[in-house]
Design a protein around this ligand. Sequence first.
Ligand SMILES: Cc1ncc(COP(=O)(O)O)c(C=O)c1O
Length: 386
Amino acid sequence: MKAPLSEFLMEDWLESHRFSAKYNAGESGHRPQSLSGMLKGLQPDFDFELTDALTRVMLCDAPNMGLDELRHEVARLHPHATADNVLITTGTSEALLLLLRQLRPRKVAVITPAFQLLTEIPKSLGADIVPLPLEWSADGKPQAPIGVWTEVLALKKPDVLIFNHPHNPSGLVFTNEERSALLDVCDRIGCTVIGDEHYRFLASSAEEPEMGPTVWKTGSNRFVTGSFIKCAGTAGLRIGWCVGDPNTLSAMQSEKNYLTHTVNPLSQQLALWFLQSFSRQKSFFKPLYEEWSENRAALRGWLNGNTKWTGAVPQGGLVSCVFPKTHSENGTSHFAILRERGVFLLPLSTFSQTEFADVERTSGFRVGLGLPPKEFREMLTVMVRY
Ligand SMILES: Cc1ncc(COP(=O)(O)O)c(C=O)c1O
């Protein structure tokens, strides 16, 4: 009998606090954009009126695999892929669920702590998890012990590696050498790689936004699941995709027909414009990228200048981890003290289901960098005041 899915710890915490916290830095996405803000932001990259065009979108079922033009734009982000290699899904979550159900792995290697879905879905399908645990230095900097991980992979021979990069919750981005070391050993042992590339749009520190690397390689046993929705503050669009071989995608689509069937045409239209804009002047995304850079600089300065917290600035994506240096007073938890002052950070203990066994580190928090810069700086000030 397969294990049922266990409670999604993180989501329960987010739901309980996201609407009431003054400073909601528990989230893993950019602050939400309004529909009109998105349309206004995208407009300079188009020579027709987007708002008008959106009102003309037919509210019918979209093609089963997704809008052709959107599949084409997603393919362009993956070297040598074509639209046939792309399935549009309802968020990355659906892509991962459908893909893992097709692959039916026995052993799945995952960098831990992990986004809970990455361990829970494989477990529910009867797979064992092969944890690849992150390490942290005394001053709260995450480290990937790649040498140890490649040995674990070679020894345990998982049939799937889910490679979440940039990584949630550590914010780590791997060097080319580190990525190659992991991918090479997977090729050697015949392990399928799923690149969970949700944060690929925020994966470099260059002045201008540019995409991070992808694990995609045509003709290999590699898959990519991804989206832009967190990076762009448009999580409500629920757009995701899977890039893979057409046979697997078609089997996934067949299951999808029982689930969400097709993806909302309005969301797909907006997603298409987002990707087209990203390939032009990035008019909508640039200001968001600048906010991300500003918040990273603020967090860096704050970490350098305070005696109460350690941690790291995310190298990619919108989250990283921070750790209180001292025990909280009078038995009141750090979480409760922060929450009383309006700050919501996600306790790392909510990653405990994902083979996160480093007891010392579970007292830390995931911090999201999606708040407007002024609010983010205010929140950091509040965090050192007690
Ligand atoms: C690493 C990772 N994978 C997958 C997902 C699921 O994403 P979506 O909201 O597109 O379903 C998330 C969401 O936070 C994530 O952080």
